[in-house]
Design a protein around this ligand. Structure first.
Ligand code: GLY
Length: 379
């Protein structure tokens, strides 16, 4: 699908369908959809009660319209408001959410509404999947990153002291409602970070979309129909990949473009404000492209074009731009080896043959990556 293709309209918005047989669902994308969420949930899950899981920041701006919409649709609900931030994605907050579901006497046929960014979606999704052996989940993502990535595709989970997302399950939601109006209150830095995941879809398999983004990114940042289009094309691209490989036994791994380097950078900077997820992925994608080029998989103008686009939108593109100092190549290599299984000195990587042509390289030499990292510019 290219940016110009038609997607079914929903009022002023669009619908992308994730085709997974009996577990298929719609992603609704458009302005002011929070106000319609109750009606859309009631249509798909009639007579359900709900628990809304959200965080303090999202609740301040957006809980009231959601509450009004649920009430108007006759959905009885409670809400649990947790602290914003990655620290909430752990066992103790999970227990709180599970407890809230059980205290609210929600049954298996009832619904948990995950109203927030990636932390809320992953945490509430996991609680939904394990409570009463699995209940219904609706995702109402409020960050750009969650709208184009984490709310779609069914990955849920929490972090442990051993690393991120190590405990979790696949649970597809019954519905995703991506209200593009809520992005107006998103800080610019977080919008840019989410944009990195949008550009990722162009790089994976959609060169026309990447070219369209190069020409239209300013409009995407401003809002309106271009922003909606970029989100819809991103979701549609992810939907096709997830439909073909729901549990990541093959091609779904393409969605991890930039994530091996990116995860190492996030770990090296302590998952702190120094480098937020999308920024780490932006640097990771440039590095994956540069590595692809040094190995002769793609011409040098591929990393140059990606770097130039991210530079234009204001994303970091190299290790030297990480505030507070550049992680050493040895440290990064150690973190990559922790994140990925290295078998006899080889590991899997997502690399590029061209813009819009990512592939899974199954036999990359760890030594080669170490040499590549050692050649990266320091601050
Ligand atoms: N964010 C990668 C995936 O959903 O598979």
């Amino acid at each position: 699908m290219t940016a110009g293709d038609e997607i079914e309209p929903v009022g002023a918005g669009e619908i992308v369908r994730v085709e997974l047989g009996a577990r298929s669902y719609d992603i609704l994308i458009g302005p002011a959809l929070t106000e319609r969420a109750g009606e859309e949930i009631a249509k798909r899950l009639p007579e359900s009660n709900a628990l809304v899981v959200t965080d303090r920041n999202v609740a301040k701006h957006h809980l009231e319209p959601l509450a009004e919409s649920l009430s108007a649709a006759g959905i009885a609900f409670n809400s649990t408001i947790i602290e914003p931030g990655e620290a909430s994605k752990g066992f103790s907050t999970l227990e709180r959410v599970v407890d809230a579901i059980l205290t609210g006497r929600l049954e298996r046929g009832d619904v948990v509404v995950a109203h927030g960014g990636g932390v809320i979606g992953d945490l509430a999704g996991f609680a939904t999947g394990i409570t009463r052996r699995g209940m219904n989940l609706v995702q109402l993502p409020t960050s750009l990153l969650a709208q184009v990535d984490s709310s779609v595709g069914g990955k849920t989970g929490i972090n442990t002291s051993h690393g991120k997302n190590l405990v979790g399950l696949f649970l597809q939601p019954q519905l995703v409602v991506a209200d593009t109006s809520v992005l107006d209150t998103l800080p610019a830095r977080h919008f840019r970070a989410g944009y990195a995941e949008i550009a990722k879809y162009g790089l994976i398999n959609n060169p026309d979309f990447f070219a369209w983004l190069e020409g239209h990114w300013r409009e995407v940042f401003v809002g309106g129909s271009s922003r909606q289009r970029a989100i819809a094309v991103s979701c549609a691209t992810k939907a096709v990949i997830v439909a073909a490989d729901e549990r990541e036994t093959g091609q779904r791994a393409l969605l991890n473009l930039g994530h091996t380097f990116g995860h190492a950078l996030e770990a090296a900077t302590g998952y702190s404000d120094r480098l937020i997820h999308g920024e780490a992925i932006a640097i990771g994608m440039v590095m994956a492209a540069e590595y692809s080029s040094t190995r002769g998989h793609c011409p040098a103008d591929v990393p140059t074009a990606i770097q130039a686009h991210f530079y234009n939108v204001g994303l970091p593109t190299s290790l030297s731009q990480i505030p507070g100092g550049t992680p050493t190549s040895e440290k990064l290599m150690e973190l990559i080896a922790q994140d990925k299984k290295v078998t006899r000195g080889r590991l899997n990587f997502i690399l590029l043959r061209a813009i819009g042509e990512a592939f899974i390289a199954r036999d990359v030499a760890a030594d080669d990556i170490a040499t590549f990292l050692a050649g990266q510019p320091a601050a």
